[in-house]
Design a protein around this ligand. Structure first.
Ligand code: OXD
Ligand code: MN
Length: 598
């Protein structure tokens, strides 16, 4: 047996045990060096896992295609495996650890035969920070290794840290035969373990991301009194050098990545703001010694959706993905560069589509439906440091102080452009009752509201009722808690036209939020919370439809009473576990709405 590059006995014993189980040809330890990365890239090209792109136009960039039934996170195959079902709660799929291990054992046994097992020691967060957690992923996929090298801190320096601390999340992944009928994404929070088998799609297999940084981390965070959240983190710097940071949670398809790196709109340019991107997806937050909430982004890369990304929607991302980027399931153009629906430039004359078939614009399938060049959930994996707005605080061990927490959703009619909660407890209620309307891109009836508390519905690693209680408790422990706000960029007029232009213009709303955090301006009290006095939103250089602002802030009390019926049904799922404080907030809001009606 070759000698392992670690003295951590727990680690070497586990790697040996998993190797005996999965039977790889060889065990390769990832050291994080450039040489090893180059070698893996060459091997991945030779095996067909990666296609090198035009290295003059797209230096360091590659294309990967997944299996056609392996293109998104498979929530129905994702399980929280705790001893008691109650611990997983009514919103998670649950399996007992015994049943889950037994089922997955069959799929993992000998699954790495004919392949190597790569051992990836990785740190979520700066190596050695008290905010950070270490994971070790064993995988038989070079694509996974190369993506993890972008998304996390990997290799030697993490192994050295594992000489000092013993604890790490044990992550096992095998593509096996990529069979959707033998696919499982299993989380064992009580064992600090993740097992993923039968998939090669990012969200299922880059185990540092959703699996560790949200599902396992949220479980650990409750025990250790911190927060692991599905939130972007951004800083807004004023010309005097003061930077204020926000953390914001949005469900998928609400423009979270665009907001994290927004470009100030023309009309506000004279104010000299500068935006700093700390992260676009995950925020780990702790109460620091100053009594306020500080946040790190545990990741070092973006795993973003390609379609719709262009110089108008997200110029900083367009810049970010020009080099050292892995693209997944996009169109390969004839000049060996890539394209997707909604990309910059003209529609290409032809190419190879995401399924590896020849593609031409205007092509339709047997049902007369347009054939897409890129899969709607095609992705890019790119290093944060490529981003022109990347924060200079990315390696700070305590991250950045958070002035405001924002919850957002897509609501055509109900929610105002922005409102502020009355206090922390009310803010937790606002987060817990978040909802977003389904769009054509999702399964379900368009317009139907899906409740997605704190945008964590698919990512909370334990009972969400307990998660709400944990949020309430955190507020009690924090002398200088951030204020909590709700935003909605998606309100429409009776013809379905958006009332607010969104994108960079959203900075005008963030400005109001920060002014409120500094107690600089007043606000109008409504039954749902504080809304802006209309003169307090800077509208220099923006063109809105007539009375748009009034419409954006209209509170339709009857519609809110109706909304509360959905909230009640959702809360009832948690039976007696739901914190009584949230029922109290529900009752208080109902009363305020009815009083003002009467
Ligand atoms: C993501 C998601 O991929 O939230 O970030 O689905
Ligand atoms: Mn996400």
């Amino acid at each position: 047996m070759t000698k392992f590059p670690t003295h951590n006995k727990k680690l070497s014993d586990w790697v040996n045990k998993m190797a005996r189980f999965c039977e790889p040809d060889e065990i390769i330890w990832i050291d994080g060096s450039l040489n090893q990365k180059k070698q893996l890239e060459e091997e991945a090209i030779a095996s067909g896992e990666l296609i090198p792109l035009n290295q003059e136009k797209s230096p360091g960039c590659f294309l990967h295609r997944t299996a056609i039934d392996d293109v998104a996170r498979t929530e129905h195959l994702t399980f929280i495996c705790t001893k008691r079902k109650q611990e997983a709660g009514p919103t998670n799929n649950w399996m007992s650890p015994r049943a889950a291990y037994a089922k997955a054992n069959k799929y993992f046994k000998g699954a790495m035969r004919g392949r190597n097992m790569y051992v990836i020691p990785y740190s979520m967060g700066p190596v050695g920070s008290t905010f950070s957690k270490i994971g070790v992923e064993l995988t038989d996929s070079r694509y996974v290794v190369l993506n993890m090298m972008i998304m996390t801190r990997v290799g030697e320096k993490v192994l050295r840290q594992l000489e000092i601390e013993d604890n790490f999340t044990k992550c096992l992944h095998s593509k096996a035969d990529l069979d959707i009928n033998k696919r499982l994404i299993l989380h064992f929070p009580e064992d600090n373990t993740i097992w993923s088998v039968g998939s090669g799609y990012g969200g299922n297999v880059l185990l540092g991301k959703k699996c560790l940084s949200l599902r396992i981390a949220s479980f650990l965070a409750r025990k250790e009194h911190w927060l692991a959240e599905h939130m972007l983190i951004m800083g807004i710097e004023k010309p005097n050098g003061q930077v204020q940071y926000l953390a914001a949670a949005f469900p998928s398809a609400c423009g979270k990545t665009n907001l994290a790196m927004l470009v100030p709109p023309e009309g506000l340019k004279v104010k000299g703001y500068r935006i700093w991107t700390v992260g676009d997806d995950i925020s780990w937050m702790r109460i620091d010694t100053d009594g306020s909430l500080w946040a790190i982004n545990p990741e070092t890369g973006f795993f973003g959706v390609a379609p719709g990304t262009n110089s108008k929607t997200n110029p900083n991302m367009v810049e970010t993905i020009k080099k050292n980027t892995i693209y997944t399931n996009v169109l390969l153009k004839n000049d060996n560069t890539v394209w997707w629906e909604g990309a910059d430039g003209d529609i290409p004359a032809g190419g190879i589509d995401w399924q590896g078939r020849p593609w031409k614009p205007g092509q339709v399938d047997v049902n007369g439906k347009p054939v897409l060049a890129a899969h709607p959930n095609s992705r890019f994996t790119a290093p944060i440091v490529n981003c022109p707005s990347a924060s200079f605080r990315l390696e700070q061990h305590h991250g950045v102080p958070i002035s405001a927490i924002i919850f957002g959703g897509k609501r055509g009619h109900l929610a105002p452009l922005v409102y502020e909660s009355f206090n922390w407890q009310h803010g937790v209620f606002v987060g817990a009752t978040m909802g977003s309307e389904l769009t054509a891109a999702q399964v379900g009836k368009v317009g139907v509201v899906r409740r997605d508390p704190m945008a964590m519905l698919p990512f909370c690693g334990y009972n969400m009722a307990e998660y709400f209680r944990h949020w309430l408790n955190m507020g009690k422990k924090m002398p200088k808690a951030p204020k909590i706000f709700s935003v909605n960029w998606f309100r429409v007029d009776p013809h379905g036209k958006f009332l607010w232009p969104g994108f960079g213009e959203n900075l005008r709303v963030l400005e109001w939020i920060l002014d409120r955090c500094e107690n600089k301006i007043g606000a109008t009290e409504t039954p749902i919370g504080y809304i802006p006095n209309l003169n307090d939103i800077d509208l220099t250089g923006i063109k809105l439809a007539e009375n748009a602002l009034e419409k954006l802030f209209k509170i339709d009390k009857e519609a809110w009473v109706e909304e509360l019926k959905g909230v009640k049904a959702f809360f009832q799922k948690f039976k007696g576990d739901l914190p009584k404080e949230l029922w109290q907030e529900y009752q208080d809001l109902l009363l305020r709405l009815k009083q003002q009606n009467g």
